[in-house]
Design a protein around this ligand. Sequence first.
Ligand SMILES: *Cc1c(COP(=O)(O)O)cnc(C)c1O
Ligand SMILES: [Zn+2]
Length: 422
Amino acid sequence: MTDQVTGLVCVICGTAYPAEEAGYVCPDHDNEGILDVRYDYDLVASRISKESLRDERDTTMWRYRPLLPMAPDAAVPPLTVGGTPTYDAPRLARTLGIARVWVKDEGRQPTASLKDRASAMAIVKASEAGAEVVTTASTGNAAAALSGLSASIGQKNVIFVPETAPQAKIAQLLAYGSTVALVKGTYGDAFDLCMEAAAEFGWYNRNTGFNPYMTEGKKTAGLEILEQLDWNVPDAIFVSVGDGSIIGGVHKAMKDALALGWIDHSPRIYGIQSAGSDYLVQAFESGEDVLTKAPISADTIADSISADLPRDRIKAMAAVIETDGAYLRVSDEAILAAVPTLARGSGVFAEPAGAAAYAGLVAAVDRGLIGPTDVVVVLSTGSGLKDIASAMKAVTAAGTEPMVVEPTLEALKKAMETNTRY
Ligand SMILES: *Cc1c(COP(=O)(O)O)cnc(C)c1O
Ligand SMILES: [Zn+2]
């Protein structure tokens, strides 16, 4: 029984479908008609509260189970998803001249990105649907997440990624034993092929911006932020954006928390995109309708946020507009620079798409959008080990070089004399 779910509502026309009857999307709006899961908050409030959470011993994302679209006794995959740390980073705050910077490290997830939250939810929903095979297209991390979580329960899965995905992400897929299609094309091409294949073969479809339950999984990151900050609402949350599903999930967390009276206002949500993949920044600046705005041709070093047409763009735009935030673009150079800055300032080593959120904070401070009294959360969405080639580029660009020495104390002393970092 999932009686806490009142229905699924089309983000375009507002038609509500009962959960048992709803497909992935609104039949009147093709694949654009993404559904939003709605809850009976009175019922939810009778099952979960700030107080009950204080006593809850489950530290994973499933601690929010009464606020998720699943039965109370639904089986969940065994990997530990969620409960990632949110670190106080006073040196970064001092450098930026703002009150406080928190960094939430999603690189600590079992497959090393925030996508595990969505893919764990997908596994639960696929089991509920009795699916034999699950599938997704991905720039890499959603794939690795579905692959790893599937492996944890022996779930058959087929994964579509562009052949240009970073090696570490492809290695994950192969190690977990997925059936992997390396698509000769972009993420968009991989997405379209996966959609066709899922329809043709009847596979359970996890695709981002299509499967309505992915937002619900991702929102647990936002709920954790609030709970870890002891329900003291930060002024702003910085989220890097590709398809726009994570930012939609963070927004959903804030809406849930508001509806339940856990917070009395929402933080401003800032969406950060690479200048080479800035569909939503363009639409934010021009006021264009994201339903009709044509795709762009994305090209960025931050592969996880490279999207010609953000699939979850309606929710993504609403997240920023409704919270009085903004969409900001940052250059690939700024993203690369943020990798070592974030790592050195907080100890959190992020892949470019994760560090992009920090680059966005730097840009927001520059533009006066964030000021001296602001308390800010940076969502670091994936581990730096996901993309070593980019990490090496980043440290080289930052002018960091190791000392290469003969194995003698003499040689080391000599090298240390000219080492400015010591
Ligand atoms: C997927 C991903 C993003 C972007 O999330 P969207 O939902 O596509 O906007 C950002 N960072 C990392 C590391 C990701 O894997
Ligand atoms: Zn509709």
